[in-house]
Design a protein around this ligand. Structure first.
Ligand SMILES: *[C@@H]1O[C@H](CO)[C@@H](O)[C@H](O)[C@H]1NC(C)=O
Ligand SMILES: *[C@@H]1O[C@H](CO)[C@@H](O)[C@H](O)[C@H]1NC(C)=O
Ligand SMILES: [Ca+2]
Ligand SMILES: [Ca+2]
Length: 234
């Protein structure tokens, strides 16, 4: 039986891989950007990160909303037993997931921030950032288990809500996204997709984006309205 316990359900590898180019996901990311609130648990525990290897050329680091491709092995901290190995699943293909949005356990969302492709980390995750007092998978992760992961990151793809994408859309660099700029971006995005779209469809998408995001109705989408992820600076 193949299980994907450590990647939460609802994210198929293929679906995630194509997420930059898929209209449905594109729209949902534009539309529900504020729905990512996570419940903070009262805890003094923290995720410990040890960098095992950091490439010299580390120009692109991972941030919330990015699509990551990684391998990771999971161990129980108390006895070092291995409970998970992504290399033995899906014919050894590394996992795809979006960082910082709950596709993986909270501890991994934290542990994989600011990582660059090629980097390796060893991280210790307390139970409050993993499977808590319930545990998981019929005792495979016991209650109150501290976990240890070894992670190797292969690729970072900047997500639709990243500052990089905002800048890419904002071709005149005035820190406002105009209708024309978004139209051009959508057109390029649709061209990457095999399916041709007609003009009416494209206009409907554009309308929808402005309806959901241009809160002050000035005909432009500001960085705040676009909801660029925190810690990013223009
Ligand atoms: C670092 O990586 C970037 C992007 O892959 C590349 O353009 C650049 O030439 C590299 N720099 C060095 C010093 O290797
Ligand atoms: C797990 O920890 C909680 C409090 O931190 C405690 O109440 C509970 O008894 C523990 N469960 C087990 C099975 O040790
Ligand atoms: Ca602009
Ligand atoms: Ca506006």
């Amino acid at each position: 039986m193949r299980h994907r316990a450590y990647i939460r359900p609802g994210v198929s590898a293929l679906g995630t891989m194509l997420f930059l180019f898929r209209l449905a996901v594109f729209l949902s990311l534009w539309g529900c950007s504020n729905a990512q609130g996570q419940t903070e648990e009262e805890s003094t525990e923290e995720v410990k990160i040890e960098v095992l290897h950091r490439p010299e050329n580390c120009s692109k680091t991972s941030r919330k909303g990015d699509l990551l491709n990684a391998h990771y092995d999971g161990y129980l901290a108390k006895d070092g037993s291995k409970f998970y190995c992504s290399r033995t699943q899906d014919e050894g293909h590394p996992k795809w997931f979006v960082l910082g949005v709950g596709h993986v356990i909270k501890g991994l969302d934290i542990a994989m921030m600011d990582m660059c492709p090629g980097e390796k980390r060893k991280v210790i995750i307390p139970p409050s950032f993993a499977y808590g007092k319930e545990g998981y998978a019929e005792g495979k992760i016991p209650p109150n288990a501290t976990l240890m992961f070894e992670i190797e990151l292969y690729a970072v793809t900047k997500g639709p809500r990243s500052i990089e994408t905002f800048k890419e859309i904002d071709t005149d660099n005035d820190k406002q996204l105009s209708r024309a700029e978004i139209e051009l971006y959508l057109q390029k995005d649709f061209e990457k997709d095999a399916k041709p779209r007609d003009k009416a469809y494209q206009n409907a998408v554009l309308e929808d984006i402005f309806k959901k995001n241009d809160h002050n109705r000035d005909g432009f989408i500001s960085p705040k309205e676009y909801n660029v992820h925190q810690h990013d600076e223009l």
